[in-house]
Design a binder for this molecule. Structure first.
Ligand SMILES: [Zn+2]
Length: 342
């Protein structure tokens, strides 16, 4: 906690980050690259809001966060709920907007930490396939050390590095480059695993083989990826940080076509996390909402960025989490992960 964090408006002491969401999107385009022009003509209304939200990715417009006023409103609510920092993992392939994020941070007082690197294969610019691992590593390091996406704004974390299932050769090269860039820069690394229970362990192997630091590596989306306690414990025993980042999603069905699984509710997430804390892994768990659709924003009737602090934290207290455990989950672990030591 003694180091500094790198936000879109500059360096601050990691101890000043406050309550932190480790995996969100504020301005983001998750529409498939082929669907981006023209935008979907279907607006979100009171009448269709549930339907659009229930099948999050069926209406392309829902996957395009591009409204500064809606973001401003949501970030101000987050700050009012006691939130300090949001980690914005919109990276290459999802249309990152560093300058607009810096303006939103200044207007709302919420610190924003931007991710480096690239998302999954379907979103990759074709030229990336021709870059070798060294070139990818050099580019990721430059995003952390000098500035990202054509700006002087530096990234403060690497990821969410995108992995499909099965992982593609380009994704594997990017992941390996990202793990090497993690070692070189001291940044934390955060990863979007493929949708398969074996994906996180394979990713862990690739990160370790590249010399990555498991204690500074977060594997996200546990909510929809791993349902077997032994697999979770094996990843934790290797030192990795596991992230439950679907808080606020309370529907049981998963909207990804061809994937049939039971999504947990917030209480189910908390109960599972409780059992891992009781095994001694409090310091290796990260929490967030992964907001990446319009219907999850306050402006469109969603739960907004304040949900974890305003609603989930009281649920956790009722389920036996202490105030100091919540402080570890929401403040101390994020500060450790986002801290650069030099
Ligand atoms: Zn995400």
């Amino acid at each position: 906690m003694g180091g500094f964090a790198q936000t879109v408006t500059g360096r601050i002491a990691a101890a000043e980050l406050g309550r932190t969401l480790m995996h969100e999107h504020i301005l983001c385009d998750l529409r498939a690259p082929g669907e981006r022009i023209p935008p979907s003509p279907e607006p979100i209304t009171m009448e269709n809001r549930f339907e659009v939200d229930y099948f999050q990715n069926r209406v392309a417009e829902n996957m395009f966060l591009d409204d500064d006023a809606a973001a401003d409103l949501d970030l101000k609510h987050y700050a009012a709920a006691g939130g300090g920092t949001i980690v914005e993992l919109t990276i290459g392939g999802m249309a990152p907007q560093p300058e607009r994020l810096a303006a939103l941070s200044r207007a709302t007082g919420v610190n924003i930490v931007l991710g480096a690197g690239w998302y999954t294969q379907a979103y990759l610019p074709p030229e990336l396939g021709a870059m070798d691992e060294d070139a990818l590593q050099t580019e990721i390091e430059a995003q952390v050390l000098h500035g990202a996406w054509g700006t002087q704004i530096r990234c403060g974390i690497i990821g969410e590095i995108g992995c499909s299932w099965p992982i593609t050769p380009t994704e594997r090269r990017i992941l390996s480059a990202a793990a090497k860039a993690q070692r070189a820069t001291g940044a934390a690394l955060t990863i979007h695993p493929g949708r398969h229970e074996d994906a996180p362990a394979e990713i862990a192997d690739i990160v370790m083989a590249a010399g990555g630091d498991p204690e500074r590596t977060i594997i996200g989306h546990m909510d929809r990826t791993v349902f077997d306690r032994d697999r979770l414990l094996a990843l934790l025993a290797r030192g990795f940080v596991l992230e439950w980042d679907f808080f606020g999603i309370e529907t049981s069905q998963y909207w990804m076509a061809g994937v049939d699984l039971d999504l947990p509710t917030d209480y189910m997430r908390l109960d599972l996390i409780r059992t891992l804390i009781d095994r001694g892994y409090l310091g290796q768990i990260a929490l967030s909402h992964d907001i990446c659709t319009r219907t999850r924003l306050l402006a469109n009737g969603g739960h907004g960025y304040g949900h974890l602090i305003a609603h989930v934290a009281p649920l956790a207290r009722r389920r036996g989490f202490s105030a100091s455990e919540l402080d570890q989950l929401l403040v101390k672990t994020p500060a450790r992960l986002l801290s650069f030591l030099s």
